[in-house]
Design a protein around this ligand. Structure first.
Ligand SMILES: Nc1ncnc2c1ncn2[C@@H]1O[C@H](COP(=O)(O)OP(=O)(O)O)[C@@H](O)[C@H]1O
Ligand SMILES: [Mg+2]
Length: 364
């Protein structure tokens, strides 16, 4: 029995670009799949195929048990969609937009009004509720778009980078709403560039890159594959990077990363806080002055580096309001740029690695 969202061998090409290159998915009913990947990985294309907005070149997909190619209308009636391509009517107010969605889904006028008021309050749009949507900022529009997708609770929901461009408060708010939705039995496919988000919300995660699923599992399984936590050290002078790298590599559970301009070294570890104390002692003994040191959980970049040997293109970007527009601008950029150089350097010694990374950064 296929899950509430099921896909087999999805292929979609745009000219030379294989946006989807044989994607299989199976999301059990009532669970959340987090689709994690950098810009251009194929996330939106997958969502568009699954929501009948785009026909795949090859492959099959079933949503709520219905074939997206054979009966797209029935699929559309069973799903909710929010994201980079969802529509909000510019000339209607926020309140009118939400009420209209409710009415489209056959809610009574009273229920539609109540639902609209509730969502406007939850997404901090109450003050702006009676202004036309075209006067909203990027972040406000994003929240309105999300609220519109939540007016009814369909059995299957798709959210395409729902929190890209949201500030932390609204991100938290949305996470709460999503959790409620899922507790109510909704099956959700959520795309994101943030491991933390997938971590919080998803039962299963699939990591996509270049139109392929390159890894899948629970958040814990993926993190275990990336070597768990990271120790990050900022040394006082660039000259100390090589010595610090030698030390870190002795303690690391995987490849270290050097960012010369930031005087920063990162290495995956498995020993946690106790190991951190030991590293500090060793660095100190080696005469390395530490400006900053800490332990942090793996990020999407770490997962990518560990899975693919290259950094995720989107690393550290995508914040701020208007994330969807930013995504559009970044399309078509080439991958495999500078950050990869630091991790791919095969030189055996710390000094050579640092030199290689420095050269790479300097060349930018
Ligand atoms: N309509 C389109 N025409 C041409 N290329 C497209 C189109 N949509 C997506 N692409 C390309 O397909 C790839 C995957 O894009 P997309 O699915 O939007 O990735 P993501 O959502 O993960 O950022 C990118 O290289 C993108 O440039
Ligand atoms: Mg996208």
């Amino acid at each position: 029995m296929p899950g509430a969202i099921y896909a087999e061998g999805l292929v979609k090409t745009f000219g030379d670009v294989r946006a989807l290159d044989g994607v299989d998915l199976d999301v059990p009913e009532g669970t959340v799949l987090g689709m994690l990947g950098p810009n251009g990985a194929g996330k939106t294309t997958a969502v568009r195929v699954l929501t009948t907005l785009l026909q795949p070149d090859r492959g099959t997909a079933l949503v709520a048990g219905i074939d997206v190619l054979k009966d797209p209308d029935a699929v559309r009636r069973s799903i909710g969609l929010s994201g980079q391509f969802a529509a909000v009517d510019e000339y209607l107010t926020g309140r009118e937009n939400l009420r209209m969605v409710g009415r489209l889904y056959q809610m009574s006028g009273r229920d539609a009004k109540r639902r609209a008021d509730d969502l406007l309050a939850r997404f901090h749009l109450a003050d702006a509720a009676d202004r036309p949507a075209k006067t909203y900022s990027g972040g406000m529009r994003r929240r309105l778009d999300l609220a519109a997708a939540l007016v009814v609770s369909p059995p299957v929901m798709f959210m395409d980078e729902p929190t890209t461009g949201l500030d932390p408060r609204n991100r938290q708010q949305l996470w709460d709403v999503i959790q409620e939705l899922v507790a109510g039995g909704t099956t959700l496919l959520l795309t994101t560039q943030y491991l933390e988000e997938a971590d919080r919300l998803a039962h299963d995660i699939c990591v996509v890159d270049h139109g392929r699923v390159i890894a899948r599992g629970t958040s814990d399984q993926l993190k275990a594959r990336t070597g768990g936590e990271r120790v990050e050290v900022v040394v006082h002078t660039p000259e100390q990077l090589a010595a610090a790298d030698e030390t870190l590599r002795r303690f690391g559970a995987g490849e270290s990363t050097v960012e010369p301009l930031l005087r920063k070294l990162t290495v995956p570890v498995t020993g946690g806080a106790r190991l951190l104390a030991e590293i500090i002692r060793e660095l100190d003994a080696g005469g390395v002055e530490i400006d900053d040191i800490g332990l942090r959980r793996p990020t999407l970049d770490d997962v990518f580096i560990s899975l693919t040997g290259h950094a995720a293109e989107a690393g550290g970007e995508g914040g701020g309001e208007g994330g969807a527009a930013a995504t559009g601008r970044k399309r078509g950029r080439r991958r495999g740029g500078a950050p990869a150089g630091a991790t791919e350097a095969a030189e055996p010694t710390g000094a050579a690695r640092v030199a290689a990374a420095t050269e790479k950064e300097g060349a930018q």
